[in-house]
Design a binder for this molecule. Structure first.
Ligand SMILES: Nc1ncnc2c1ncn2[C@@H]1O[C@H](COP(=O)(O)OP(=O)(O)OP(=O)(O)O)[C@@H](O)[C@H]1O
Length: 260
């Protein structure tokens, strides 16, 4: 990559006592790129993601955003630059939708009128009617609506980078598809650089410009879906990519066989 990458992990390691969560992870994400971290449970995806916004401090190695070591960036600046959507729903339950979305702008000291305007703009961006949803509490939202609010909240301070940790994992396939499309539209419109964690190969193939396959705390291979499919690093990567396609083909064959 010639230009300075928007995100760079250099030999990043994180250990918890005897447990090595990630080992020597090096990754670069170009400006405007969507990189997927793909791997099974416990492979280190969330840990790697959280080193980018310092929710996890590496044991060794370095993480840079826009060429700057994240340890040198003041907290508010990092929060502004990097939006984050949590794996398990991270909305504050006793705050309204508007208060949830306005959390970071409030912390940053934006004036009330500017926060209110931004909340309405963001709700419209994630296709929720502000008049209907502004004053609702999270308990009164469907899963898909709540995830839209979570995405709006992460976008509130106009970050250039978005980190998404299995944001649509708990949703039904149709809602998931709608939110994937909404995210891709937002990304194109805002020119976001995105790191997206999932264990779902189909989601990875649909969304990722490149996919980093993780296993046991290490990056096994990085490439486009096509590259991974054509030149897999090993038999496990090959199986990872071919199994869902074979399942889909088998399901399709069954559908066609059962047609009248
Ligand atoms: N705070 C912690 N203390 C101890 N071990 C941890 C901690 N956080 C993560 N780990 C361990 O590090 C490894 C990687 O965890 P991580 O959450 O990054 O995996 P993951 O790929 O995101 O998994 P999942 O898809 O299940 O969320 C796991 O073995 C996990 O148990």
């Amino acid at each position: 990559m010639s230009a300075t990458p928007m995100i760079a992990l250099e030999q990043v390691r994180k250990t918890y006592g005897a447990v090595t969560a990630i080992a020597d992870v090096s990754l670069e994400v170009a400006e405007g790129e969507l990189l997927v971290l793909l791997g099974g449970s416990g492979s280190g995806k969330t840990t790697a993601l959280k080193t980018i916004n310092r929710l996890v401090e590496p044991t060794s190695g370095r993480v840079c955003v826009a060429g700057e070591d994240v340890r040198a960036l003041p907290g508010p600046l990092l929060r502004r630059r990097v939006g984050y959507v949590f794996q398990r729903l991270g909305l504050f339950p006793h705050m309204t939708v508007a208060e949830n979305i306005g959390v970071t702008p409030s912390l940053l000291g934006w004036p009330r009128s500017q926060i209110d305007a931004r909340v309405d703009e963001l709700l419209a961006m994630v296709e929720l009617d502000p008049a209907v949803f502004r004053e609702r509490e999270p308990a009164a939202l469907s899963g898909g609506q709540a995830q839209r609010v979570a995405v709006a909240r992460a976008l509130a301070a106009e970050p250039r980078v978005m980190l998404l940790d299995e944001p649509f994992g708990a949703l039904d396939p149709r809602t998931r598809g709608l939110l994937q499309t909404a995210l891709m539209n937002l990304r194109a419109r805002l020119g976001l650089t995105i790191v997206f964690v999932t264990h779902d190969v189909v989601e990875a193939l649909l969304l990722g410009d490149r996919i980093a396959v993780m296993r046991a705390g290490r990056v096994v291979q990085v490439g486009s879906g096509r590259e991974l499919a054509h030149t897999p690093a090993d038999a496990e990567v090959r199986a990872l990519l071919t199994e869902p396609l074979e399942q889909a083909a088998a399901a399709r064959a069954r559908l066609l066989a059962e047609a009248p």
